[in-house]
Design a protein around this ligand. Sequence first.
Ligand code: SF4
Ligand code: SF4
Length: 92
Amino acid sequence: MYNVALVTDEKCVAKKGCRLCIMYCPEANTLDLNTDRMVAEVIINRCKGCELCMVVCDAAKHMAITMVAVSADGSLMENAGEAAELGQAYSG
Ligand code: SF4
Ligand code: SF4
């Protein structure tokens, strides 16, 4: 099991010009602007789970990115306890 970044669309302020996570993601073509919905979007199968995007988004007080565990079959385990613990580690 590993973690990937997930953007909560309702919290993302990309429509106001924020591109922080997109600028900081070290992986090419992994985190980009979805120009249809005007939110940042993670390409799940390219994300390395480094958490940089979440750190910069949280630092800007947007809190739009969470780390989500991916199970062995590739499905996202949203609200899984393990992902929540990782997020809390950064808030303290
Ligand atoms: S840093 Fe956060 S608010 Fe800004 S574009 Fe990325 S997900 Fe959206
Ligand atoms: S966790 Fe790392 S690799 Fe994944 S989208 Fe965020 S910055 Fe990019």
